[in-house]
Design a protein. Structure first.
Lengths: 301, 444
């Protein structure tokens, strides 16, 4: 029934009157999308894979030559690139960890009835609706050492959280937590509201403690959605560029995406930057795969 | 009746279509007589737009000055050039782009135009070497000097002239508080005015490492101490970039950084002008192009109390300033080359150069620069003229962007984060630059 509705056109419809077959309509929707994907996604992907084995530099009108795996070898032997990866790993752990804690915590607080719940939830969602560049500029003012509110509240004097090499990365991560914890909160709220109420009632009848209820009912049932939030946020944090780029120029906040940008568009070292992009891609895919495997296991439970 | 209405409608539709077609064609015809100049987003670009309106009045050719923020300027320019795009007919490009612009075929060769118009006699020698000629001494020219610029200093004249400050300074250092006579005095004065408890600091320096800001400040100090960034002809860097003199220069810049306001780790021209307008620092490094904003009481409440000086000489009397500024080049992919040449012919005229200076642009024309009218026109023009005679610049080889990035990577952690020593930082620069020059087969 459903299939016939999909493949058959209503003979009275305007499309049928114009003589369009269902196949034509299907193609009219699918072909542009597929063409778009091939031209702007698949083709550049393959093209850049080719470039990653050459010494091509986009700002030089000179023929490139094939260098085999040299770019990959050089990059993986470069201590500075490994430094960038370590910075990125630290950033991902702090920022995503913080977002999960703050986001899930806020969702737990919001998961009850109180006045203006809708308004409060909407207000809490505002940070993630802003552009990262704007958030970066604002937080630069918030972190300003001489007159910024954070230094005033924490009595830090003129210590620059963003300008100090050791604290800059954490300052950027805190901004990212502020911006993206609402996303985790939103997904957690969806998960929390889907937990059947009767489970809590049964637990109450059995006089289960709050911690027991949380670890045996709430957490397992929300876990799949939390993991999805974790996957999205890890992928995003791994390739963060805008926020860190706007907030800080410290070498200690040079995430791998910033390094890649500089290599590709400031130094125009196209071959090497393509190779680095592929290394990053492989890493992101590998990490995501681990998560997805884990997610499937959680779902099976 | 209905037939008449239908005819009327058809007539109206036809007229509408014709009008539309005429509009499109008219626009297309007009666009053939248009020039697009690309530059960074700053006051001089606005002055240039004002100037070129005269060209439009004279010739009917519309000229648009398109701009982008400084931080994107290099990326956007080379994205366009690398794609052989013709969006821009002329580009007012940075001095260090000459190498890549000329050897990679992005800029049109202007040598004949230069010789025909005897521009070598018309423009200040340093601006021809800095903005037009590549390779150095080859007699081949790729740009017309447009905006002369050089790194200089603004200072709080009112603080310097305060009798109490003068007396205290003399008691501490044994000489009069005045515009610094050398780099040592620059350090002393910065130290003297650095009073964190009063939220007043000694000096504002360039520290931003996303483009060439920190590099300009560092190279200027290294040059002043007798150091160098290498031999631009032979690409020799070892023993030059990390020489005793270069190390002393970098050390001096690092020592000055201690007297900058808190959080001064990402400072370029807006921050350094703010240091003066917001009473943060006694002295501030900046390119002269940004001084009109300091002399204007509407943008600087301390305009009256602000003075200007050229970069002071180093311990052995070497007097150098870092070259900024840009020349205008014709993009070789432009389809309006003839029109662009016509524009340049107009731009190099004496009266155009004079008007350019009056509008606030820094002309490189010798005649205008040395005229008494120019030197007296603003409080900083004399310092500008003095500075333009002592300029030195960064590498202009095609791989300059990599060199700049490597210099930033090595020097920034030492100057700003106090990591390692000046010797280690410059040894790191030598190591990276040697690898880069090897990559481009510069040592044959």
């Amino acid at each position: 029934m459903a299939t016939s509705a999909m493949t058959m056109l209503d003979p009275r419809s305007r499309a049928a009157a114009r003589g369009w077959s269902d196949l034509t309509i299907r193609n009219a929707f699918i072909i542009p999308t597929v063409a778009f994907l091939i031209i702007f996604n698949v083709f550049p992907l393959i093209y850049s894979l080719g470039f990653s084995f050459t010494d091509f530099a986009a700002n030089q009108n000179q023929p490139w030559s094939f260098v085999g795996l040299k770019n990959y070898r050089d990059l993986l032997n470069d201590q500075r690139i490994w430094g960038n990866f370590v910075i990125t790993a630290k950033y991902v752990i702090v920022s995503v960890g913080g977002q999960m804690l703050v986001g899930f915590g806020t969702a737990l607080l919001l998961n009850r009835d109180f006045r203006f719940k809708g308004l409060v939830t909407t207000l809490l969602l505002l940070p993630m609706m802003m552009s990262a560049a704007v958030v970066g500029l604002f937080w630069q003012l918030i972190y300003a050492p001489t007159w910024g509110p954070i230094n005033y509240i924490l009595h830090l004097g003129d210590f620059g959280l963003l300008s100090n090499a050791d604290t800059a990365l954490y300052a950027v991560a805190i901004t990212d937590i502020w911006m993206w914890a609402p996303f985790v909160m939103l997904l957690s709220l969806a998960g929390l509201s889907a937990v059947p109420k009767h489970l809590y009632e049964a637990a109450a009848i059995d006089r289960a403690g709050a911690w027991y209820t949380f670890t045996r009912i709430t957490l397992p049932l929300v876990a799949p959605l939390l993991l999805i939030a974790l996957i999205f946020r890890t992928m995003e944090a791994f390739k963060t560029f805008d926020l860190a780029y706007v907030l800080s120029v410290q070498p200690t906040t040079e995430l791998i995406a910033i390094k890649l940008y500089r290599l590709a568009f400031q130094q125009w070292d196209t071959g090497r930057s393509c190779a680095l992009a592929y290394i990053v891609l492989i890493m992101v895919v590998a990490i995501t795969n681990i998560y997805v495997k884990y997610l499937n296991r959680v779902k099976e439970r | 009746m209905s037939g008449e209405r239908e005819m009327e409608m058809q007539r109206k539709t036809l007229i509408g279509l014709l009008a539309g077609a005429a509009f499109v064609l008219g626009n297309w015809a007009a666009s053939a007589e248009e020039l697009n100049i690309f530059w960074a987003e700053w006051d001089p670009a606005n002055y240039l737009q004002e100037l070129v309106n005269d060209f439009t009045k004279e010739t009917g050719v519309k000229v648009t000055v398109s701009t982008t923020p400084w931080t994107d300027f290099q990326t956007k320019t080379f994205t366009e050039l690398n794609a052989h795009g013709d969006s821009y007919d002329l580009i007012v490009g940075d001095s260090q782009w000459l190498g890549v612009g000329s050897t990679e075929g992005h800029w049109v060769d202007l040598t004949d135009f230069f010789n025909k118009n005897k521009l070598k006699d018309k423009f200040l020698e340093a601006t021809i070497a800095g903005y037009a000629e590549y390779p150095a001494g080859s007699g081949k020219y790729w740009a017309i000097p447009l905006e002369g610029d050089v790194n200089g200093w603004s200072y709080r004249k009112d603080w310097f002239e305060d009798p109490k400050e003068k007396a205290a300074f003399k008691a501490k250092y044994g000489y009069e508080l005045d515009v610094p006579k050398d780099q040592k005095a620059l350090h002393d004065i910065a130290e003297f005015f650095n009073r964190p408890d009063q939220k007043r600091y000694g000096i504002a320096l360039y520290t931003d490492n996303s483009y060439d800001a920190v590099a300009m400040g560092v190279e200027q100090t290294i040059f002043s101490y007798g150091g160098s960034l290498g031999d631009y002809a032979t690409y020799k860097v070892d023993g030059i970039v990390n020489s005793k003199e270069s190390v002393a220069g970098l050390q001096a810049y690092h020592d000055l950084f201690k007297f900058t306001p808190p959080g001064w780790n990402k400072a370029f021209f807006p921050e350094n002008n703010q240091a003066i307008t917001e009473n943060l620092a006694a002295m501030s490094m900046n390119f002269f192009a940004f001084f009109p904003a300091l002399a204007n009481p509407q943008t600087n409440p301390n305009a009256k109390g602000t003075g200007y000086f050229a970069n002071p000489p180093g311990p052995t009397g070497i007097h150098v300033a870092a070259l900024g500024g840009q020349g205008v080049s014709i993009v070789s992919y432009s389809k309006k080359r003839d029109l662009a040449f016509k524009f340049l012919e107009w731009f190099i005229k004496d009266e155009t150069q004079k008007k350019w200076a009056e509008l606030g642009g820094y002309t490189c024309s010798k005649a205008v620069l040395s005229s008494a009218a120019f030197l007296k026109a603003t409080p900083y023009n004399q310092a500008f003229y003095d500075s333009m005679k002592i300029v030195r610049d960064f590498w202009a080889t095609p791989e300059y962007a990599e060199l700049l990035s490597e210099l930033n990577d090595n020097v920034y952690p030492y100057v700003v984060n106090d990591k390692g020593t000046a010797q280690q930082a410059l040894d790191g620069v030598v190591k990276d630059w040697t690898a880069t020059f090897n990559k481009y087969h510069r040592y044959k």
